[in-house]
Design a protein around this ligand. Structure first.
Ligand code: G1P
Length: 222
């Protein structure tokens, strides 16, 4: 199975640290961030992965991971030309993945990867600060609601099938100028995607505080 890891974006919430380095190459305790989502995909059964990132950082990933021999996965690199959102990054994997496949955001850490489901699935987790995330509420997902109606955050792990590639034409950039994965996920819910609450602990690592929390957690639980 081939999975997808999305490692683009400008890392604006981590400036100035991300001024010259891609967020996903920053250290999280003793590994570059990207190792953790790759490990999750491997544990879900992926022997290969499509890594999508901005062209300016491709060299850093290639230098670090090469063809993936050291981590026991085959890596295929694809470039997202402009940082215009997670959904746009995912569209760059078209033609390289088949059947059901997992997609993970490069800044997501899962302590316990779920078993690979047998149908399209979105994974949620109860959090104390849902306003920072896409929130699953009243049967649909709202991206960063000011007043969340539930505390179920939609994590950055999704299982799609090839139908996902026909949905990109249907969505438009959001107010933050990005093609949002939440818009794709709301279409998937209409197509009957399952919503499953994750076991174990989950961290995004996209802000200084969440990066610090993840680093401490990994240090304490190694
Ligand atoms: C993205 C998604 C959001 C999701 C989060 C998980 O947010 O848009 O729905 O809850 O990842 O990490 P972003 O990190 O791009 O703000």
């Amino acid at each position: 199975m081939t999975g997808v890891v999305l490692a683009g974006g400008e890392g604006t919430r981590l400036r100035p640290v991300t001024e010259v380095t891609n967020k996903h190459l920053l250290p999280v305790y003793d590994r570059p961030m990207i190792y953790y989502p790759l490990k999750t995909l491997k544990e879900m059964g992926c022997e290969s992965v499509v890594l999508v990132t901005g062209g300016e950082h491709l060299g850093g990933f290639a230098e670090l991971l090469k063809n993936g021999n050291d981590i026991g996965m085959d890596i295929i690199y694809r470039v997202q030309e402009n940082a215009e959102g997670i959904a746009q990054a995912l569209s760059r994997a078209e033609g390289l993945v088949k059947g059901l496949f997992p997609v993970i955001l490069g800044d997501n850490y899962f302590s316990q990867p779920p078993p690979m489901p047998d149908e399209p699935t979105l994974f949620t987790k109860e959090v104390a600060d849902p306003e920072r995330f896409g929130v699953y509420q009243n049967g649909q997902i709202v991206e960063k609601p000011t007043i969340p109606a539930s505390n179920q955050a939609v994590t950055g792990l999704y299982v799609y099938d090839e139908r996902v590639f026909s949905l990109f034409d249907k969505i438009k950039p959001s107010d933050r100028g990005e093609y949002e994965i939440t818009d794709i996920n709301n279409y998937y819910l209409k197509l009957g995607a399952k919503v499953v609450e994750m076991a174990g602990d989950w961290f995004d690592m996209g802000t200084f505080d969440s990066l610090l929390r993840a680093t401490n957690y990994i240090h304490d639980n190694r």
